[in-house]
Design a protein around this ligand. Structure first.
Ligand code: HEC
Ligand code: HEC
Length: 278
């Protein structure tokens, strides 16, 4: 009895120490490896999925009428990656969509959402990027055939509070996690966030074939209003729909599976607040 109590107390102390000890690099690793899904574009894919031995060394090619770009090498390599950029330059690029050399990033890089980052989380992401192995992989130069306005996602004009009710915390996570990037239909090349946020209907194609993003509003018929929390979590983290069929890429299900239970609860609480729309 006595021994059990002592052990319990020691474990509690250890748990408290572990909670206190989350360093910026650890926080950045958690965010990048889960809700942010940076690897989903920036880590090259092999036949068996993402090649984590080539972490963040450059990945997917996006070919659209406006641009042909490869997801950049964002490792600390000084030539091929972003090792020569200062912390502030990396942060500015993520928040504004404009590189230190003045050249804007193609909007497939979801910078219109990244103004929402809290200062602490953005610093954590940068600290983590600095900590990954430098990789000399050179990606092809981007080709631009259009110019891109950088219009922040509503609410992402400035840092958003990462606090409050679960739904409010979920809104922060969903914003830096750019859920609405894929789940909002495009009108003349930009998402219609004002009237169609969450309605889905965007088409994606890749080696997996063709997928169409789902309506994630609380619409009971077209959206996810009738799904239970458990069904929504299974869809997000395992890529399995309520009827059991496997959901297609590019949604990064395996990354969302790494979210803490509290963060996943918060995300679902936020989804429930989306007014029915179709
Ligand atoms: C949907 C795909 C996608 C996601 C998700 C994504 N990126 Fe990108 N990113 C790109 C593409 C594509 C480019 C290159 C755009 C261009 O060349 O115009 C890019 C460019 C960048 C650059 C500029 C590098 C340079 O050398 O110019 C940085 C830094 C960057 N991304 C960091 C990140 C981080 C950090 C995350 C996660 C928080 C992330 N990206 C998430 C697709 C993505
Ligand atoms: C890169 C694009 C992309 C991003 C980012 C993305 N999704 Fe998805 N999502 C999709 C696509 C495409 C589907 C449909 C896949 C299919 O039908 O096979 C989908 C399906 C879903 C479903 C299943 C709905 C149903 O009725 O079965 C949910 C729930 C969902 N997404 C929520 C989210 C949330 C929450 C986020 C942010 C954390 C998010 N998605 C980010 C593309 C994306």
């Amino acid at each position: 009895m006595r021994i059990t109590m002592i052990t319990g107390a020691v474990l509690l102390v250890m748990a408290a120490a572990a909670a206190r000890a989350e360093t910026p690099v650890e926080r950045g690793a958690y965010l990048v490896g889960s809700i942010l899904t940076c690897n989903n574009c920036h880590t090259p894919r092999g036949p068996n999925g993402p090649q984590f031995d080539k972490l963040l060394s450059g990945g997917d090619v996006f070919d659209t009428p406006g641009f042909t770009v490869s997801a950049s090498n964002i490792t600390p390599d000084k030539e091929a990656g972003i090792g020569a950029w200062s912390d502030d330059e990396i942060k500015q690029t993520l928040r504004t969509g404009i590189r230190p050399n003045g050249i804007p990033l193609a909007p497939v890089m979801p910078t219109i959402f990244y103004g929402a980052f809290s200062e602490a989380d953005l610093s954590a992401v940068v600290a983590y990027l600095r900590s990954v192995p430098a990789n000399p992989n050179k990606v092809p130069s981007p080709v631009y055939r259009a110019s891109f306005p950088h219009v922040p996602y509503p609410g992402a004009e400035k840092p958003m509070a990462d606090s409050g009710t679960p739904a409010e915390r979920g809104r922060y996570l969903a914003t830096i996690g750019h859920c609405m990037d894929c789940h909002t239909p495009m009108v003349r090349g930009v998402q219609d966030f004002a009237t169609k946020a969450g309605v889905g209907g965007r088409e994606f194609s890749g080696p997996f074939g063709k997928s169409i993003s789902a309506n994630i509003t609380s619409d009971p018929e077209k959206g996810i209003g009738k799904l239970t929390d458990a069904q929504i979590k299974t869809a997000i983290t395992q890529g399995i729909a309520p009827d059991g069929h496997r959901l297609l890429p590019p949604m990064g299900y395996a990354y969302y599976a790494k979210m803490t239970p509290a963060d996943l609860d918060a995300l679902v609480a936020w989804l429930r607040t989306l007014p029915p729309n179709s």
